[in-house]
Design a protein around this ligand. Structure first.
Ligand code: ADP
Length: 284
């Protein structure tokens, strides 16, 4: 009887612990819902006033009436530039909170690979020229002209990688090369069949071995002195890695301090015909 009593007591204790864990899990889930709702609302509330600031400072910086002195015109440009940085930060935080909450939608589309060189030159040509850097894009002949993926998200990842490459390079150049990879699996994922490799290579400051994995973590930057010198938020690579995974691929880096870095984005080379059959969204 004593034994039965003890068993009963232990069973009750276990049941109590299980219900406590369940209650705690519910609270955590609720908390995370509030957090993502809060971030979404906050981002919206911040974006609206910021948009008017940006439009008006843009108008001022153009000085169409000729009423402003050169100094005042420069102030307006600085306001506009700072506003753009703030907007990028807000968009990054919003993206990350969506990824964390499982709410980011991937929209599969036909991505035209042949348009990428123009996109790169249009968006980064001026920046590269200002720093006297060579900017090149090379597409191997066996890469299909189009494949099935989320074009906007692919552009977002490439923009992150290219802007980092230019930011952290003082001389030499930045190159995007696109090639087929015959390997069957991206590291850490299921076999995917043929993959397309988008490699962004620079001749910049490089990343020390011990910092290579941490730079993919949220808010983590290389070392403190570079963080202070170059600014930034440490969110770009975290978001890019998450997006790459959601697209069925992977993002990895190789680097040598003082020589440069290569970031490789691997994406499945899904034929465009798959487009009608599948819509992808983040698993719950
Ligand atoms: P941010 O650039 O806003 O700091 P990222 O997540 O894009 O955030 O990058 C994190 C860190 O990784 C950077 O602060 C930098 O230290 C390092 N990093 C990223 N790309 C490069 C690169 N091409 N060359 C050298 N360091 C890089």
């Amino acid at each position: 009887r004593q034994l039965n009593h003890e068993l009963e007591a232990q069973k009750n204790a276990a049941l109590f612990a299980a219900s406590e864990i369940e209650r705690y899990a519910e609270q955590v889930e609720q908390g995370s819902k509030y957090k993502s709702q809060f971030l979404t609302n906050m981002s919206h509330e911040l974006r609206t006033p910021l948009n008017s600031m940006m439009i008006l400072s843009q108008i001022l910086s153009e000085n169409k009436n000729g009423n402003l002195s050169e100094e005042e015109q420069n102030y307006a440009s600085v306001i506009h530039k700072s506003g753009t940085e703030l907007l990028n930060l807000i968009n990054d935080i919003l993206d990350l909170s969506k990824v964390e909450a499982g709410k980011l939608q991937i929209e599969m589309d036909m991505v035209n690979v042949t348009e990428l060189p123009e996109m790169v030159v249009n968006q980064f040509g001026k920046q590269a020229e200002e720093k006297n850097l060579q900017l090149s894009v090379h597409i191997e002949p066996d890469v299909p002209d189009a494949f099935c993926s989320d074009g906007l998200r692919l552009h977002q990842i490439l923009r992150n990688l290219l802007s980092n490459a230019i930011k952290f390079t003082e001389s030499g150049g930045v190159a995007l090369s696109i090639a087929m990879l015959e390997e069957t699996a991206a590291e850490g994922s299921m076999p995917q069949g043929r993959m397309i490799a988008f490699k962004v290579t620079d001749t910049g400051i490089g990343i020390a071995e011990e910092n290579l994995a941490p730079v993919f973590e949220a808010f983590r930057q290389g070392d403190e002195s570079t963080a202070r010198k170059y600014g930034g938020t440490g969110l770009g690579l975290t978001i890019s890695l998450q997006l790459a995974r959601m697209l069925g691929g992977h993002l990895e880096a190789q680097s040598k301090v003082g020589e440069g870095s290569t970031f490789t984005l691997l994406l499945p080379a899904r034929p465009p015909a798959l487009l009608d059959q599948q819509m992808f969204s983040q698993p719950e």
